[in-house]
Design a protein around this ligand. Structure first.
Ligand SMILES: [Zn+2]
Length: 349
């Protein structure tokens, strides 16, 4: 009898312990699930470019990438572990678009100075530029490739870098060393050669690199809204723009009207399987290179519109950041992506 009493007493003590142990483990499992849940935002700490302070001589904020990532982790429920980390682009992938000769030309500091429009780079030994400059671009280009795959799989993706739309197959320019978007599309074509892509280029500059690389390829449609007096004014490749919208200095409303009047038509006429959104923020009033007049509100509205159209049309979308040169660019891009995530994609609070 005494033994039975002891046994029940033992059970009485053990039961709550087991219950607590089980709850704790279930909680741990849930936590692990939340922790490991990836969202299709591609980012690497290697995106930032630091060249012993020389990067500050360039109007380009070369540390905007980590600032945007920090903005997102500070202002949403997303944690850094939720981002996808890209690999560096491989030589084999680069050769999908560029020739060996072009890639060899990047081993020349003078050429890197020309492409980055930063003359002082001529004087820096190339091995340093390979590590401090080109490696960042290799990661960012790998990020666009990963982003394109994720967009097809998940319906959307954002690479917190990329969009080097002035890079041609045999010539870099306008801070474009590697043609990230064409490489990403050609990689997708390896699996699905019929895939149709609409490039929506709303950077302040004409995307002449993408236009030159794809030429008259019938699987590519390009909508390009850009400052008509801006670099590069590349007349030779203009014929490859399907929806060509050179504009002057427009107000927010006038600019958004151009997007509103063109994008639905572009989607309807091209019936794309993927939209690549080149979301240059250099359309901002006061940007040293963009020479356009949009305000922060205008840019946020513009990005929201493009994502809304893609979601409504059920077309996967990949956003790449492209140009955006002023010191406030990173903040505006951060707030704009936060707005897309919270109010269009509904993936975070
Ligand atoms: Zn630009």
């Amino acid at each position: 009898m005494f033994k039975l009493k002891r046994f029940f007493l033992f059970l009485l003590i053990l039961a709550p312990i087991l219950l607590i142990w089980r709850t704790f483990h279930e909680y741990q499992d849930d936590w692990a699930r939340i922790e490991s849940k990836k969202i299709p935002i591609v980012y690497s700490d290697n995106y930032d470019i630091t060249l012993f302070g020389l990067q500050n001589l360039h109007p380009f904020d070369t540390q905007k990438y980590s600032k945007i990532a920090s903005h997102l982790t500070s202002n949403t429920t997303i944690e850094k572990s939720n981002f996808y980390a890209p690999q560096k682009i491989s030589q084999e992938e680069l050769l999908l678009v560029h020739s060996e000769d072009y890639l060899d030309s990047l081993k020349n500091s003078e050429n890197l100075a020309y492409i980055s429009e930063l003359g002082i780079l001529k004087k820096i030994p190339n091995f340093i530029l390979q590590e401090r400059l080109l490696d960042s671009i290799r990661f960012a280009t790998g990020g666009t490739v990963l982003g394109a795959e994720l967009a097809i799989k998940e319906g959307w993706a954002i690479n917190l870098a990329g969009g080097y739309h002035h890079t041609k197959a045999e010539e870099g320019g306008g801070f474009g060393f590697m043609a990230d978007v064409p490489i990403a599309i050609k990689k997708l074509w390896q699996k699905n050669p019929k895939l149709k892509v609409l490039i929506v280029d709303l950077d302040a500059h004409q995307g002449n690199g993408n236009e030159a690389i794809f030429g008259a390829d019938k699987r590519i449609f390009i909508m390009d809204v850009y400052g008509r007096d801006n670099y590069p004014r590349d007349e030779e490749v203009k014929e490859f723009i399907d929806f060509d919208r050179p504009v002057g200095s427009l107000t927010n409303d006038e600019y958004l009207d151009v997007v509103l009047n063109t994008l639905p038509l572009a989607i309807k006429n091209s019936q794309p399987d993927l939209i690549v959104y080149n979301a240059g923020s250099d359309v901002l009033l006061g940007d040293p290179l963009g020479k356009m007049n949009l305000t922060k509100t205008g840019i946020i509205k513009r990005d929201e519109l493009v994502f809304k159209y893609a979601v409504e049309s059920k077309v996967p979308i990949l956003m790449v950041l492209s140009g955006g040169y002023s010191s406030v660019s990173s903040k505006i891009i951060g707030v704009s992506i936060e707005n897309i995530l919270k109010n269009v994609l509904l993936v975070t609070k």
